[in-house]
Structures are given as structure tokens and as C-alpha cells.
Design a protein around this ligand. Structure first.
Ligand code: NAD
Length: 364
């Protein structure tokens, strides 16, 4: 089988790094790589050439049995594909409802890396977690660079500066990495998440979990959330807003798959923040957690800098590609049984978004 790797149009990352090719090659895979595919992530053609043929884009598109990329291959490239070619990428069918019908119409079998079930078995293939972790780390560094103040406490001959307060809203993978990074920088960190399980994780990283007294105990509910009273939820929301108004940096990461991101930070709260403060909104691409966020823009409102960026992993392209590549390589290892996708495997079944197992699409 020939696996092709192409250069991303608008992202410095690359879906496989040279070390992945060296590991996968003994299993009989032949690799072809578009010239310059890894250049923006600092993986030069020469490093790929040890285990691949480095070709022009058109040749890669025409000769590959399977093509891997970070973002979906542009539709303008589809007519060049071999009959029965398979695509592997982050298709995000929940965010782009047109993608599956378009792939089906062309008879292209596609596996979407974001649809891999988030089970223990699939952890090594979980690109969402790898990229979210980088984004959480990068969000804090970006905020620090835009903050008009120190993050750690500073005791100097000229005076003492108090540590900054950082509030993290949404304590999933990105939020927890943001907390860990903020703690390492010496910030005083608070966090909130609607999942009660997040409380323990937040506290284990040395941050305070924002909560109010009077929650219905959910410990007997087998890990499921229990309905809290409206009065409790209102007090909880008020507490989060009060903490937000006092924060120097707010990192928001709350997402609900397939839906608009929850609005957690109204403009009125931002207006109460001290000028010179910073909001980094990682949910910008799905509408933003902050009412004022503009996707892919940095704006200033009442002296507060608001950064809307859901693709922060791309700011660390070398390590992001390394981890993305490892995730993809682990997925490729289980994808096939002989020459056909192993649909008996739940991970393969769940991640296939078009031309599924019941339909026929033999590899060329
Ligand atoms: P995500 O990116 O979908 O959301 C980020 C966080 O926002 C989540 O923790 C969510 O609870 C929170 N959130 C949603 N609505 C909110 C609101 N209104 N207010 C505050 N917070 C809100 O989530 P994620 O980071 O991809 O992962 C979430 C969970 O899944 C974590 O517990 C993580 O450990 C778990 N997970 C498990 C595996 C695995 O077992 N393989 C892999 C990845 C993630």
C-alpha cells in the first residue's frame, strides 16, 4: 500500500514526521511525501527521503492509496485521487455538516481523526487530546506575553508585585494543561467546570475549584451528573462572574460537541476586569465562550485584550506534528486487516465517516 503525505495549505503542522515513516515502513507500507510537507514544522525533505519518495503534489495525489493530512484535503484536489483512495484527516463532521455528503457523493472513504472514540484503548490515537494539551499550554504563554503585568509574585528592592490571578473556565484536557502551566509560572489559579469530576483534577494541580455551598451530592450517581436546583445554579454562575471580574487572565476552553460553545463570559464581566488584563478564548471557532470574542482576531475592549484562537497547537508546529504524527501512526497500525479496513475494530468503525463498511470501496 502507498501512503501519501501532503503539505497543509494553511497550517504549519504536518500529519506524519520522518520518525513515524521509519517505524511504519517495515510493515510493508510505501510512503510518498509532497516536497516541503514538513518544512514549516522544521522536518525537511531530506529527513523524509530516507523512508519515502519525495514528489510533487500532483504525483502524491494521483499515486496514493491512502492520504493523510491534518486538515481535510481541499475538494479541488479530489478529482486527482486514485479510484478507491482513502482519506485520513480531522474532518470535524460536527462542525462541517456538508463534508460527509460531499465525500459520499464522490465515493471517497474517509476516516476522521476527531471521531475516534475517546476510550482507554484509543488514547494513543487521540489527536484531540494531544492538540488540546498544547493549546492549553500555549494559551497561558500567549496570555503572559499580552498581559501588562507580571505573572509570578516579585519581591524587588523597588517594591513587591502580587502574583496574577488566572481563571480557567472548562477544565478538560486544554484547561488542565493551562492550569499546570499557569501554576508553573507562579500564578494564583482558579478553575471551573460543570463536571464535578473536574474538581479533584483541578485541586490536584494546586488550583482552587470555584464552587458555592449547597450542591446536591452526586457521589451515589455512579459518576453521572445530578440535577442541581436553579437557585444553586444561579449562585454558581454569580460566583464564576465575581471571580472572573477579579482575574488578570481568563482562559476559556468550554466546548460541547456539535453545539455552539457555551457563553460563560458576558461583555459586562469583561468590562469589570482591570484594564491591562487578558482573555484567551480557545472556543472561538465554535462561537466563543466570551461574548466579545472574534475568531482568529485579537481585540481590545475597555483595556482588556481578547484573543480568539482555536488553533493554538499550530503555534508549536514541531512538537504538535510529532504528537499528531504519533497519534496518526498508531491509528494506521490498527486501521487495516490485510488490504481492507478492519471494521470489526470499534475504533475503525466509529472513525469512518463516509463509505462505511456495508458499502463497497475496494482499495485500488
Ligand atoms: P471539551 O474540549 O469538549 O470541553 C472542555 C471542557 O469544557 C470539558 O471539561 C467540559 O466539561 C467543559 N464545559 C462544557 N460546558 C461547560 C460550561 N458550561 N461551563 C464550564 N465548563 C464547561 O473536553 P475535552 O477536554 O476534550 O475532554 C473532556 C473530558 O473527557 C475530560 O474529563 C477528559 O479527561 C476526558 N477525556 C477522556 C479521554 C479518554 O479516556 N481516552 C480522552 C480525552 C478526554
Amino acid at each position: 500500500m502507498i501512503i501519501g503525505l501532503i503539505k497543509e495549505a494553511n497550517d504549519p503542522r504536518v500529519a506524519l514526521v520522518p520518525a513515524n515513516l521509519a517505524k511504519l515502513k517495515p510493515s510493508g507500507i510505501e510512503f510518498i511525501v509532497e516536497s516541503g510537507a514538513g518544512a514549516n514544522a522544521f522536518y525537511p525533505d531530506e529527513d523524509y527521503a530516507a523512508n519515502a519518495r519525495v514528489l510533487g503534489r500532483q504525483e502524491v495525489l494521483q499515486q496514493s492509496d491512502l492520504l493523510v493530512s491534518v486538515h481535510p484535503l481541499p475538494e479541488t484536489d479530489w478529482p486527482l485521487l486514485k479510484q478507491g483512495a482513502i482519506l485520513v484527516a480531522l474532518f470535524q463532521p460536527f462542525a462541517d455538516p456538508d463534508i460527509v455528503p460531499a465525500l459520499e457523493k464522490q465515493g471517497i472513504r474517509a476516516f476522521s481523526l476527531d471521531m475516534i472514540p475517546r476510550t482507554t484503548l484509543a488514547q494513543t490515537m487521540d489527536v484531540l487530546s494531544s492538540m488540546a494539551s498544547i493549546a492549553g499550554y500555549e494559551a497561558v504563554l500567549l496570555a503572559a506575553c499580552n498581559l501588562s503585568r507580571y505573572i509570578p509574585m516579585m519581591v524587588t528592592a523597588a517594591g513587591t508585585v502580587k502574583p496574577s490571578k488566572i481563571l480557567v473556565l472548562g477544565a478538560g484536557v486544554a484547561g488542565l494543561q493551562a492550569i499546570a502551566t499557569a501554576r508553573r509560572l507562579g500564578a494564583s489559579v482558579e478553575a471551573f467546570d460543570t463536571r464535578q469530576a473536574a474538581k479533584e483534577e483541578v485541586e490536584s494541580l494546586g488550583a482552587r475549584f470555584v464552587e458555592v455551598e449547597g450542591a446536591v451530592d452526586d457521589r451515589g450517581a455512579g459518576g453521572y451528573a445530578v440535577q442541581q436546583s436553579e437557585e444553586y445554579l444561579q449562585r454558581q454562575r454569580a460566583e464564576v462572574q465575581a471571580r472572573a471580574a477579579k482575574a488578570d487572565i481568563i482562559i476559556t476552553t468550554a466546548q460541547v460537541r456539535g453545539r455552539r460553545a457555551p457563553l460563560l463570559l458576558p461583555a459586562a464581566t469583561v468590562e469589570q476586569m482591570r484594564p491591562g488584563s487578558v482573555v484567551v478564548d480557545l472556543a472561538a471557532s465554535t462561537g466563543g465562550n466570551c461574548e466579545l470574542t472574534q475568531d482568529n482576531k485579537i481585540i481590545r475592549h475597555h483595556g482588556v485584550t481578547i484573543i480568539g484562537d482555536s488553533n493554538l497547537a499550530a503555534r508549536l508546529p514541531q512538537d504538535a506534528s510529532l504528537l499528531f504524527g504519533n497519534n496518526v501512526a498508531n491509528f494506521l497500525k490498527i486501521l487495516f486487516k490485510g488490504d481492507v479496513p478492519d471494521f470489526a475494530n470499534e475504533i475503525v468503525r466509529e472513525s469512518c465517516i463516509s463509505v462505511k463498511e456495508t458499502e463497497s470501496a475496494p482499495i485500488a
